[in-house]
Design a binder for this molecule. Structure first.
Ligand SMILES: NC(=O)c1ccc[n+]([C@@H]2O[C@H](COP(=O)([O-])OP(=O)(O)OC[C@H]3O[C@@H](n4cnc5c(N)ncnc54)[C@H](OP(=O)(O)O)[C@@H]3O)[C@@H](O)[C@H]2O)c1
Length: 255
């Protein structure tokens, strides 16, 4: 059999790795042979994820990525303790509903700091000389919210759209180093984020959820749907793909 996705001994940093899609990303990439470097704030959760990873050679770093000024030191430490990266998946993010009437620059800044600025800074640090292997791949998790309007999601949607737009520009800049950079844009996936959505928008039988299911006509996604797309994009099999946002959305953007 010919394995299309083979990550044997590839060193991949997963930024935001303690729950949901992020946690499953780390586990699946380890099953495909990667050596995972876990990063998130909650040490107890990181230790749990570490215990779930397959094979050996994994490590974890407790860090708050919203402290942008500390990201440089984190990547410096990772480079000296773990060596050069073959890949980075940036999954850290928060979804906050902020309707127009509640808008304030401080609230926008909170969401943008982790969803956008920290992504930017992690990419910048990973792409510094001596920190990456030839043909490193980077995948960021954006959201379908960047393309489809939903009430009160203006700030979250803006942060994810900014991520996609900057990604396309950075992909040009880092191509000369042999680095590929892409984002995936999940539709609604059955994680805690979906539970929060139901709580905010009238529950399972509410109009919003019924509308959602009409537009996302393959139903509510599973974590592994997103993780499989990430695994492909972070692998050598995706060597000719850069600067794109891949929707993983059960048909939402096509409807
Ligand atoms: N679930 C969905 O339906 C859906 C749809 C579209 C897009 N997405 C995107 O997919 C990504 C993952 O979503 P999810 O549902 O898996 O969310 P989640 O379960 O809430 O996970 C968020 C992750 O980000 C980490 N994180 C948050 N703030 C951080 C910080 N300041 N520093 C370091 N790590 C931080 C969290 O770890 P700690 O709390 O331990 O730090 C956690 O591992 C997000 O970017 C989200 O926007 C999700």
């Amino acid at each position: 059999m010919y394995p299309l996705i083979d990550l044997t001994d590839r060193r991949i940093l997963v930024a935001g790795a303690s729950s949901g899609i992020d946690r499953q990303t780390a586990v699946t990439l380890s099953r495909l042979g990667a050596k995972i470097i876990l990063v998130a704030r909650r040490e107890d959760k990181l230790q749990e994820v570490l215990g779930e990873l397959e094979n050996d050679g994994h490590s974890c770093y407790c860090a708050d990525l919203s402290r942008l000024e500390a990201i440089g030191d984190l990547f410096k430490r990772v480079a000296s303790e773990q060596g050069r990266l073959d890949g980075m998946v940036y999954t850290a993010g928060i979804r906050k509903n902020i309707p127009l009437s509640m808008f304030s620059p401080e609230k926008v800044n909170d969401v943008f700091t982790i969803n956008y600025f920290a992504f930017f800074e992690c990419v910048r640090q990973a792409c510094k000389r001596g920190r990456y292997q030839e043909e490193m791949r980077i995948v960021g998790i954006s959201s379908i919210a960047a393309f489809v309007g939903n009430k009160a999601q203006e700030v979250y949607a803006g942060s994810k759209a900014a991520m996609n737009a900057s990604m396309r520009c950075i992909a040009h800049e880092v191509a000369e180093k042999g680095i590929c950079l892409n984002t995936v844009a999940p539709g609604m996936i059955g994680t805690e984020m979906y539970e929060d959505y139901l709580a905010d928008y009238g529950g399972e039988d509410g109009e919003a959820n019924q509308n959602l299911k009409r537009r996302q006509y393959l139903g509510i996604g599973k974590t592994e749907d997103v993780v499989n797309a990430i695994a492909f994009l972070i692998s050598p099999a995706a060597r000719f793909i850069t600067g794109v946002t891949l929707p993983v959305d059960g048909g939402m953007t096509a409807s």
